[in-house]
Design a protein around this ligand. Structure first.
Ligand code: ACO
Length: 400
């Protein structure tokens, strides 16, 4: 009912771009996406090559420092991270105080926020050594915090990190191991999780990364900025979509007797109350290159683990319908990275609430790289969008 052009004229030289569909907020040299062609590159390297040949820590290094590490640089980076995996014992008390049924994303964000109280020696945003120390602390401690949040939710005892293991193995042991038992890594699970972390490691100016930048643009420290990013990621339209996919498959099973076609009809008629979770993307209008890799990984992991999940068949049918149905085709809605990840995480033994936590561990190096790039850019200004005011004009407070 508003005359937007009249309002714009009144407000002056302001662009209205709800959801920042066309507005760039920064220049960045980290991640390149061509949504129409389905291309994703980190620092110039195609995502499929990194997923096949690299490791999560190597990709973390690449994103944060701009180049692939030499073997010495990678060894040094790995050793630094391994030295910081432990949590302060008092931080563990804080984790213990959360209710057992708390959502692990809330616990994760609160604990990262609390890192700023335990590590006041690395809060400077201008001292390069302190930023580096906070970077290492975050990369090392986030998996430990995530595993502790999981243990808490299960009522199980926590373990201390074993720094002879690599980052992903350590996380899996902290999550699924028991203090009374030896733990042997399953190489299929370790490799698949490492690859999934690579696929999630950065995605330029998405909702959570833009949040990290916006909070940091006011010169908030790295821990506070990342904590805010975790909250942004938790929403079902963003990182929370990976658990929403599994919840949707549960609904199809329970309320639609597994009849995928019937459910899709409801979605198309906008009667289901939800969109097709795991489909659609603001930028990819061709296909999400990560989804193709994840789809293959889902087949391999389920086969290797001997898991026969009827949800995989339902997911395949959903994809089949969406790729041929006029509603989805005309709107360019393709499976996104979150569509198949939940099925893999479930096969690995993670409960649904942990799926978005896994996304956060993967996305952390991207958030850090983007925050650091912004802080080092002399052109950076505090983020401060404008608005078009549509409220009351001036009126007087009523006299008694
Ligand atoms: N299922 C059904 N219809 C959809 C879907 C979907 N998943 N996504 C978009 N549409 C429809 C919309 O209803 C709209 O149709 P209409 O014009 O008839 O109303 C049209 O497609 C355009 O959709 P927008 O909402 O304008 O697309 P936008 O770019 O704003 O949203 C988003 C992108 C949020 C990802 C959306 O597609 C969505 O909600 N998907 C489901 C949740 C999801 O999977 N999120 C994960 C994204 S990837 C990530 O964060 C890692």
């Amino acid at each position: 009912g508003y005359d937007i052009s009249a309002l714009l004229k009144e407000t002056g030289n302001v662009t209205l771009d709800v959801g920042f569909v066309n507005t760039a907020s920064c220049k960045s040299a980290i991640t390149y996406i061509d949504g129409d062609a389905g291309i994703l590159r980190y620092r110039g390297y195609p995502i499929d090559q990194l997923a096949e040949k690299s490791s999560f820590l190597e990709v973390s290094y690449l994103l944060i420092y701009g180049e692939l590490p030499t073997s010495e640089q990678l060894a040094e980076f790995t050793a630094k991270i391994q030295r910081h995996t432990m949590l302060h014992e008092d931080l563990k008390d804080l984790l213990a105080a959360f209710p057992r049924d708390a959502h692990p994303m809330s616990v994760l964000s609160a604990a990262v926020s609390a890192l700023g109280t335990f590590y006041q020696d690395s809060l400077s945003i201008t001292d390069k050594d302190q930023v580096e120390l906070s970077t290492i602390r975050l990369l090392a401690k986030l998996p430990t915090i995530a595993a502790y949040a999981f243990k808490k939710s299960q009522g199980q005892p926590t373990l201390y990190p074993d720094n002879n293991l690599d980052l992903v193995e350590n996380f899996l042991r902290l999550t699924f191991g028991y203090p009374t038992e030896d733990w042997t890594p399953n190489p299929v699970v370790t490799k698949a999780l490492d690859q999934l972390f690579i696929l999630h490691a950065d995605h330029e100016q998405n909702c959570s990364t833009s949040t990290v930048r916006l909070v940091g643009s006011g010169h908030a420290n790295l821990f506070s900025s990342i904590s805010a990013g975790i909250h942004a990621l938790s929403g079902p339209l963003h990182g929370g979509a990976n658990s929403a996919v599994l919840e949707m498959l549960d609904t199809i099973e329970q309320d639609f007797g597994g009849d995928v076609d019937k459910f899709v009809e409801k979605v198309k008629n906008k009667e289901a109350g939800v969109k097709l979770m795991g489909f659609g993307h603001r930028v990819y209008k061709n296909y999400d290159p990560r989804a193709a890799i994840v789809k293959n990984a889902a087949d391999e992991v389920l086969q290797a683990l001997g898991v026969d999940d009827p949800k995989l068949a339902m997911a395949r049918r959903l994809e089949e319908i969406a790729l041929s149905d006029e509603y989805f085709v005309s709107r360019k809605l393709y499976p996104n990275v979150d569509f198949y990840t939940g099925i893999i995480y479930k096969a690995m033994g993670f409960p649904t609430e942990m799926f978005t936590v896994l996304f956060a561990i993967g996305r952390l190096p991207g958030w850090i790289a983007q925050w650091r790039e912004m802080m080092e850019d002399p052109a950076t200004k505090i983020g401060r969008p404008r608005q078009i005011y549509i409220g009351e004009t001036e009126r007087d407070y009523p006299s008694a």
